[in-house]
Design a protein around this ligand. Structure first.
Ligand SMILES: *Cc1c(COP(=O)(O)O)cnc(C)c1O
Length: 399
């Protein structure tokens, strides 16, 4: 397999030609159940008729005009996201990492225009993932990802996750805010206790810091709430979105309260493509579906069904599945054998799902799955567990 694509990914030798709902098809017609969803992107599955209609309708009108002019679809999307959240303003970009850059800039600018330009540092957490551009990478703080790319962007202080004393110690005269994913997705689906989020909110209020939630993976219905912070009742000052926001069309966003956003005046930030008519047309169609009556309730019910079946699998395959973690349909199976073996075993069962940190297999089904997909997934995981249990069984007769 030779390719001129820069080899930064260890890709699986598998290509899909088309998708429909929760299913992906190869050029030879082989069908796979998609529990990757483009890494939590295709929340409405593949080839959703309303998304296709929104995209093609807009494609016949106008694709791109730049942000020098009003984009009515973007205004509507911002209105809807703000009406449904704590936020007063939204900025649209094209990816998660760009949303993070914007959120970091907003937090720093807030203090600068409040007469505290010395406050620019952000506290982040071990095991976090915030993206691959230089500031987002410094916020991520993963040594493996930073290695060889020169000095990390200054201004991030990483502390252990779920350790409020460590956070208190890290707060200093230069601290601007605290940044956390309410569920650490790439870090292994670690659900941050709501009590910890509440304690962070209190610390921010005490010290005049901004609380930033990275909801790039958790946002837009994945957890059974439109935004996962709503499950905790803890509101941030700034929030980032991307992945599911466009249902597969690239779009990201950072949102803030009027107070947090007060420094972001004309000229302070920009993006050529951000919030272009095609992207916002699709994102508005995604919101139509996810915010429709009963949709999120349905996600909760599917979560319960799947969770119950996964708990049974864990009981039956204790030598393979160590723990089931989830917030809604952001699900992690912490495994005993190496997660890479499970990813391969599932693919052999015609199901795709990605790995995460902490030896966790992530299950990220499209939110539109039904009973057929749940049953298929449970059977596939069951058989993959049997295979791994056999492969790792201690040799018979061993002393
Ligand atoms: C995927 C992800 C990002 C980065 O998004 P990109 O679109 O890949 O730049 C940032 N934060 C979290 C929590 C993510 O899951």
């Amino acid at each position: 397999m030779t390719s001129h694509l820069l080899p930064t990914y260890a890709r699986v030798d598998l290509a899909f030609e088309r998708g429909e709902g929760a299913w992906l098809y190869t050029a030879t017609g082989e069908r796979y159940l998609d529990f990757t969803s483009g890494v939590a992107v295709n929340a409405l599955g593949h080839a959703h008729p309303k998304l296709i209609a929104a995209l093609t309708e807009q494609a016949h009108k106008v694709w791109h005009v730049s942000n020098l002019y009003r984009v009515p679809g973007a205004e509507r999307l911002a209105d809807r996201l703000c009406a449904a959240s704590f936020a007063d303003f939204a900025f649209f970009c094209n990816s998660g990492t760009e949303a993070m850059e914007g959120a970091i800039k907003m937090a720093r600018k807030y203090h600068a225009v409040s007469g505290r330009p010395e406050r620019f540092r952000i506290i982040t957490f071990e095991g976090a993932f915030h993206g691959r551009t230089l500031a987002a990478l410094a916020a991520t703080g993963n040594k493996k990802y930073l290695e060889g790319f020169g000095p990390p962007v200054e201004g991030f202080d990483q502390v252990p996750y779920n350790d409020i004393e460590a956070v208190k110690k890290a707060i200093g005269p230069a601290t601007a805010g605290i940044l956390i994913e309410p569920v650490m997705g790439e870090g292994g689906v670690r659900v941050v206790p709501h009590s910890f989020l509440r304690a962070l909110r209190e610390l921010c209020d005490q010290h005049g810091l901004l609380l930033i939630f990275d909801e790039i993976q958790t946002g837009i219905g994945r957890t059974g709430a439109l935004f996962s912070y709503q499950l905790s009742g803890v509101e941030p000052d700034i929030m980032t979105l991307a992945k599911a926001l466009g249902g597969g069309f690239p779009i990201g966003a950072f949102l803030g309260t009027a107070e947090a956003a007060k420094g972001m005046t004309p000229g302070t930030h920009g993006s050529t493509f951000g919030g272009n008519p095609l992207a916002v047309a699709v994102a508005n169609a995604v919101l139509d579906e996810v915010m429709a009556d009963g949709f999120l309730e349905g996600v909760k019910q599917k979560t319960l069904k799947l969770k119950q079946r996964l708990a049974e699998l864990k009981d039956r395959h204790a030598s393979v599945i160590a723990e089931v973690r989830n917030e809604g349909l952001l699900i992690g199976l912490r495994l005993v054998p190496p997660v890479a073996e499970m990813v391969d075993a599932l693919r052999a069962e015609k199901m795709v799902a990605p790995a995460a940190g902490d030896n966790v297999l992530r299950l990220l089904p499209p939110l539109i799955i039904g009973d057929e997909e749940i049953a298929f997934a449970v059977d596939a995981i069951d058989r993959a567990c049997q295979r791994l249990a056999q492969a790792h069984a201690p040799a018979k007769g061993a002393a």
